[in-house]
Design a protein around this ligand. Structure first.
Ligand code: FES
Ligand code: FE2
Length: 380
């Protein structure tokens, strides 16, 4: 034994611009800690990250916290009614300030009770009057870029980032067409999942319906899977399928009079999905949050026209919570184990010229964005 590692059986092949010719991303990108570190810097610290829907931040003092890998951030509505985002850290000795979501009159640190106004100004620092040259103005909360996009609040740690409305102008126009009511919805339900898989593995699974007839029998009763189509945009892809007519009774009841007769499953780079199930007006946002090279936390929030949700709306939540997402999570965790196999390095994209329901071109679109973001680190 000379201590060198046994290599993968297949050498890495080219990731091509044409999905029909390309190999998939090499397996090590899905578990190598060095790749995860590179992604944190080049992807997650520099892209627009979903935080909340406008309805979650309706009143002065309403706040929502989030984590961008290891960076805590919160968004809050100020006394003047503006939305602001800050790093969730006290400027005294770094205690975190806010947890979860809720409503406050001011931001008080749980450690030594420094108090900040809703706009991030340091109001009081107990005992600081005795401190030489103490300048309260020097210890305001550090602000983070914020943008409201189609009724949703996003933040970006990169002060130089191109606005989301510019990067995803095509998606904004699309949402304006089929969901101009998105901003008017209210919060209905929340579910969480903890997945033993890399975040890209979870995104990959969202981006094709090739697996639907095999893995999601009940989904095939809700939408007409042979009519499923995926269209790629600049930094998003939209996947849509009309409601299934004349099939057996589905777990998500849809009436012919319901406004949404087409399921839409939108992926927005790098880790947000915006979903509209057939039925009454609804949007659910699935936020795919990386928490290490091989762990991903998913949080999903559902928005409906009124609160509490109707029976049909709760049926949708229960279907996703108990059936659809567990089906996908089992797949992702199996794939995660498989990616470590010395007998697997890369596969091919199953794509067809007509971009039919089984075509994996949107998966290639996403993996290409990853490859571009990682540059030479991607090794392909
Ligand atoms: S760390 Fe916040 S008041 Fe001391
Ligand atoms: Fe799936």
């Amino acid at each position: 034994m000379d201590g060198t590692k046994l290599p993968k059986l297949q050498a890495t092949r080219e990731f091509a611009a044409d999905p029909a010719r390309s190999y998939t991303l090499p397996a090590h990108l899905y578990y190598d800690p060095a790749i995860f570190d590179a992604e944190r810097e080049t992807i997650f610290y520099r892209t627009w990250q979903y935080v909340a829907h406008m309805a979650d931040l309706a009143e002065p003092g309403s706040y929502v916290t989030t984590r961008i890998v290891d960076q805590g951030v919160f968004v809050i509505r100020t006394g003047e009614g503006a939305l602001k985002a800050f790093y969730n850290v006290c400027r005294h000795r770094a205690h975190e300030l806010l947890a979860g979501h809720g409503k406050v009159r001011s931001i008080a640190c749980p450690y030594h009770a420094w108090v900040y106004d809703l706009d991030g100004q340091l109001r009081t620092a107990r005992g600081s009057a005795e401190v030489e040259d103490f300048d309260r103005g020097e210890f305001c909360l550090n602000e983070v870029r914020l943008e409201v996009f189609g009724g949703f609040v996003f933040v970006n740690l990169d002060p130089e980032a191109v606005p989301l409305a510019e990067q995803a102008a095509d998606l904004l126009a699309e949402l304006g067409e089929y969901a101009p009511w998105a901003a008017e919805l209210v919060h209905g339900a929340h579910i969480d999942f903890d997945i033993k898989a890399n975040w890209k593995n979870v995104v990959d699974n969202f981006l094709e319906c090739y697996h639907c007839p095999v893995s999601h029998p009940a989904f095939c009763d809700v939408v007409d899977v042979p009519k499923y189509r995926s269209i790629t945009g600049n930094i998003h892809s939209t996947h849509m399928s009309p409601v299934r007519v004349g099939g057996k009774e589905s777990l998500v009841p849809v009436n012919p009079g319901d406004e949404v007769q087409c399921g839409r499953f939108i992926y927005l780079w790098p880790n947000t999905t915006i979903v509209m199930f057939p039925g009454a007006r609804n949007i659910s946002v699935l936020h795919i949050k990386p928490d290490g090279p091989e762990r991903t936390l998913e949080s999903m929030n559902f928005y409906f026209t009124a609160s509490p949700p109707t029976e049909a709306e709760m049926a949708q939540v229960k279907y996703i919570e108990d059936v659809l997402n567990p089906e996908d999570i089992e797949i992702c965790e199996s794939v995660q184990r498989g990616l470590h196999s010395l007998g697997y390095n890369q596969g091919r994209f199953v794509v067809d010229r007509n971009r039919t329901d089984i075509s994996e071109h949107a998966l290639h679109h996403f993996q290409n964005l990853v490859r571009q973001a990682l540059g030479e680190d991607s090794g392909v």
